[in-house]
Design a protein around this ligand. Structure first.
Ligand code: SF4
Length: 350
């Protein structure tokens, strides 16, 4: 029986995914496939908002990311995996939605402020018009498919709020078209990186899903721990230590033992880190194996460095469904959909 509720989510193709991506979104997506009709998008236009100079790497990054998706359990037979830029209607809807929100509202977006700080965008060059409008493009991604829910990391919640505001405004002006989507958070939505701040590729504090056990150990050795624990015999404070957070996620059956060992100083940080590194490597082992199998097997995602959506047999079908919905919305807006060439080319009969 077809699932009634729809989910759309995606990642920017910045290459291999890290544990923050896995715990903050991907793991949740895998579980949601049982419950929802799922669309997972390679957000390649979104990547241009912060890096429009290195576009040559996008195909490789797309391939690496989709490999991580499928390795983690996204199933192309059940879910549709596609590339945003292959469905040009995302850009058209973005333009229409841009009329429904003010510049001041977009400038108040706390995620944007965080990105400006992290990426040092407060220099002379400043923030591009496209970067400011990132949440509006995201609204078009979500609302075009009338998604009911959007699984996201905590940092994306303000964007979902903007999508909800745009949907409400559109519905008020043109009639009830869009469901108001909800953001779905996971327990580990803000997963700490090796320096204790949010795990992020731009901050260089990640462990990647495809890292080898040796790479994991090398990275973990440099991780921050309890700063008050200066000597081996000092008791530690696991509740403020990121290594303990890793234990809770990757080997929860060991947390009692680690907590007691840390607070009594019978366990040292060097040993604790080494053991958690092994636990993470064990957790990731099946994913690494699946990835290696996909990379080695012809006829899978590896054949499609750009057109990753083709891994899904439903890709074409999705494209048609998406355009049909978009056509319907155009009628509501009063715009002349029939005048657009692309609508006919894709076969978007309303
Ligand atoms: S023993 Fe483990 S949990 Fe305790 S402070 Fe050291 S690394 Fe952190």
């Amino acid at each position: 029986m077809a699932k009634e509720k729809i989910i759309l989510s995606g990642n920017r193709p910045t290459g291999r995914l890290h544990l923050g991506n896995f715990t903050g979104a991907l793991e949740n997506w895998v579980a949601l496939q049982d419950e929802y009709q799922c669309y997972f998008m390679v957000a390649d236009w979104h990547v241009l908002t912060t890096d429009n100079e290195h576009t040559a790497v996008i195909p490789t990054n797309t391939r690496e990311m989709v490999l991580d998706w499928i390795s983690a359990g996204l199933d192309p037979e059940r879910s549709t995996i596609f590339v945003q830029s292959h469905v040009k209607e995302h850009a058209e809807l973005y333009l229409l939605f841009a009329m429904l929100i003010t510049q001041a509202r977009l400038e108040r977006n706390p995620t944007l402020k965080e990105q400006i700080r992290d990426l040092h965008l407060d220099s002379e060059e400043g923030v591009s018009y496209g970067h400011l409008g990132y949440p509006v493009l995201q609204a078009s991604d979500i609302l075009m498919y009338r998604a009911h829910a959007v699984p996201v990391g905590e940092d994306q919640l303000p964007h979902i709020e903007i999508t909800r505001e745009i949907a409400r405004k559109f519905n008020r002006l043109y009639g009830e078209v869009f469901p108001i989507p909800e953001g779905k958070l996971t327990q580990f939505a803000r997963f700490p990186g090796l320096d204790g701040t949010r795990m992020s590729k731009s901050l260089g504090n990640t462990i990647e899903m495809a890292d080898t056990p040796q790479e994991i150990q090398r990275k973990i050795r440099k991780a921050f721990t309890d700063p008050q624990r200066k000597r081996r015999e000092d008791p530690g404070r696991p509740k403020i230590c990121l290594i303990y957070t890793y234990w809770k996620k990757f080997a929860p059956d060991k947390t009692k033992e680690i907590y007691e060992g840390c607070t009594s100083a019978s366990l040292g940080c060097v040993e604790c880190k080494q053991r958690v590194g092994e636990a993470i490597a064990d957790f990731l082992e099946p994913l690494r194996e699946k990835r290696a199998g996909l990379e080695a097997k012809p006829g899978t995602v590896c054949r499609f460095p750009i057109h990753a959506w083709r891994v899904s047999a439903q890709g074409r079908q999705w494209e048609s469904v998406g355009c049909t919905r978009f056509s319907g919305m155009y009628v509501r807006c009063g715009a002349n959909r029939e005048a657009t060439h692309r609508g006919r080319v894709i076969g978007a009969e309303g």
